[in-house]
Design a protein around this ligand. Sequence first.
Ligand SMILES: CC(C)(COP(=O)(O)OP(=O)(O)OC[C@H]1O[C@@H](n2cnc3c(N)ncnc32)[C@H](O)[C@@H]1OP(=O)(O)O)[C@@H](O)C(=O)NCCC(=O)NCCS
Length: 284
Amino acid sequence: MPTPLSELPIRPLTRGDLVLCADLAEDRGWAREDHKWGLLLTAGTGYGIDDPAAKGLAAVCVVTSFGPDLAAIGMMLVAGRHARQGLGRRLMAHVLREAGDTPLALYATPYGRPLYQQLGFTDSGEAERVHGQFRTPGREPLPATRPATPGDLPVLARLDAEVFGVDRTPMVARLPAFADRLRVADNGSAIIGYAAAWPTPETDVIGPLVAPDVETAKALVCSLAMDSARPVRMDVDVRHQGLLTWLKENGLEAGISTTVMTYGIPELPGDWTRRFAPLSLATG
Ligand SMILES: CC(C)(COP(=O)(O)OP(=O)(O)OC[C@H]1O[C@@H](n2cnc3c(N)ncnc32)[C@H](O)[C@@H]1OP(=O)(O)O)[C@@H](O)C(=O)NCCC(=O)NCCS
């Protein structure tokens, strides 16, 4: 008699589970994004419930910890065939227990939001996805940007900590290998912004995007997207309507919206005015 899934243990995932995670994402209609799973399972802690009959995973999620002040929850997925049978709730309860007193944040889809609300998460913001073929705007004078160099990394980690409100050095240090392109805005005396472009099977994702103002944010997007034939995807904080409008004027279309939800803190730490887009919805 096989063990019911409700009694199977929640186990830590390793990089060896990458293909099973991508299979589960595909099962829910999400892109496979093996590259992102590789980062998440290396920089974060994955949790999963096996589905022995299907030789796969029934449920997963990944927690990326940024020290005692914040952990990000992402990639919460339950296989369609096991939906609405309590696996999502069990996995989240486990994550909450493991997190202890650490405040938590996530970007919720409409499917996940009711569950997170029941567990005590509250809404604290919204991100809008835009995607499509970016058309480089003609003759718009924008601040200069340049490729990041290895010597920039300590400065980027400090800037990132100011803007995201927690020390994310392990994530920033992985960006040169994870991203295809990493650029900085440098005003001559200091690095004031930075952005990365990293690949999924269908698109280049731009994130994180950190800038002191919308003009610098536009310059970083242009510098990352203009030489690429691939479509672009971004999840932009809806408070940055100036950037969203400009992106839509330059070829991108509105996609899904996600709700920023937090647990143990009223809102994300840091400086939202300079935080235009997260690295990914899964990591913040
Ligand atoms: C969101 C998700 C992880 C929930 O997992 P699940 O195992 O189906 O959820 P549970 O059975 O534990 O349900 C927990 C509660 O969430 C809510 N819920 C779950 N699925 C829901 C749905 N389709 N519509 C509305 N509420 C839903 C319900 O309140 C449910 O409690 P109830 O069944 O007692 O009413 C799953 O639906 C999923 O993988 N969806 C696709 C991917 C996704 O959007 N993930 C969320 C990313 S933030």
